[in-house]
Write a protein that binds this ligand. Sequence first.
Ligand code: AMP
Length: 191
Amino acid sequence: MLNIILFGPPGAGKGTQSAKIIEKYDLVHISTGDLFRKHMGEGTELGKLAQEYIDYGNLVPDKLVIRMVEVKIRSHTGTKGFIFDGFPRTVAQAIALDEMLDKRNMPITTMLALEADDDELKARIRLRGKTSGRVDDQNDEKINNRIRVYKEETLPVAKYYANQSKYHGINGVGSIDGIFNDICMTIDLVK
Ligand code: AMP
């Protein structure tokens, strides 16, 4: 099994690189942001519960996120592995994920962390907002809030996996293919 956490602040390129990684390594993509947007689009109970948090750039409560991920993992039993994109975003989520995966004897292989500075991130999110239709991509206050939430609540997750010697930083600034190359080199070293 190859289980990867693709980590990084909003706008770091996690979605773009995930699409390339799943194709090359034949993995199942679990993006909690995409899953929530699907729920909101379909107007499910979970979508309604998550909407307000997402619109303001705050984190959806751990319990809701963890349950949603567990359902997804359970529905893909025969896979070669998973790529987790935008999850875990809190240490509580990381602990829950480790428990879920340990139970199935398929621990996280590596965390790949895309790194980019705040100005670059803000510029990318604003650009994406022109076409993504995402409310949370289109307003500076919300963008700033997401970056603040990342630093306060999500960055400790990097330390959590560094303590397990699973953290690998990747320079997230450059060409999409150049960054993908660095990612593949790291995956091929650890798998
Ligand atoms: P993303 O597409 O990953 O940027 O996620 C968009 C929004 O969905 C975030 O700003 C959060 O409001 C919510 N969200 C996505 N993943 C998580 C998570 N793992 N924990 C809490 N909230 C999340």
